[in-house]
Design a protein around this ligand. Structure first.
Ligand SMILES: [Zn+2]
Ligand SMILES: [Zn+2]
Length: 117
């Protein structure tokens, strides 16, 4: 029996996009889960953004108001010190990178790793 699997593994290295890591949960962010978070909310004049999972981003905004973000939680470090955030991070870290709590895609019919053109 010939082993042909090695060739398949070799082709894995091709065209791998540079992975982006979420500073909140430290998992890779898939393209379709990527959100830009304003460290200081736009409404407060903030311009700097960080890439986060959509689920992590939603969580930040459900825990903090724009006023709180602008005043006290304008860095990832500050956000990570919050107990509610830590609880969420501990939970989400155990999920696969593409995990989403919305049931929009209830079945993973297409698990291809290709990027949308
Ligand atoms: Zn994340
Ligand atoms: Zn945001």
């Amino acid at each position: 029996m010939a082993r042909k699997n090695r060739d398949e593994f070799a082709s894995w290295d091709e065209a791998q996009p540079e992975p982006v890591f979420c500073p909140l949960c430290e998992r890779v962010i898939p393209d379709e889960q990527m959100d830009a978070h304003h460290l200081v909310p736009k409404s407060k004049g903030g311009k700097q953004t960080v890439a986060l999972h959509r689920i992590c981003h939603d969580q930040i905004h459900s825990i903090f108001t724009d006023a709180q973000l602008a005043k006290k939680f304008s860095t990832i470090e500050a956000i990570l010190e919050d107990a509610a955030v830590q609880k969420f991070v501990a939970w989400v870290k155990g999920k696969p990178p593409g995990f989403s709590d919305s049931a929009k895609e209830s079945q993973q019919s297409n698990r291809g790793r290709g990027r949308k053109a």
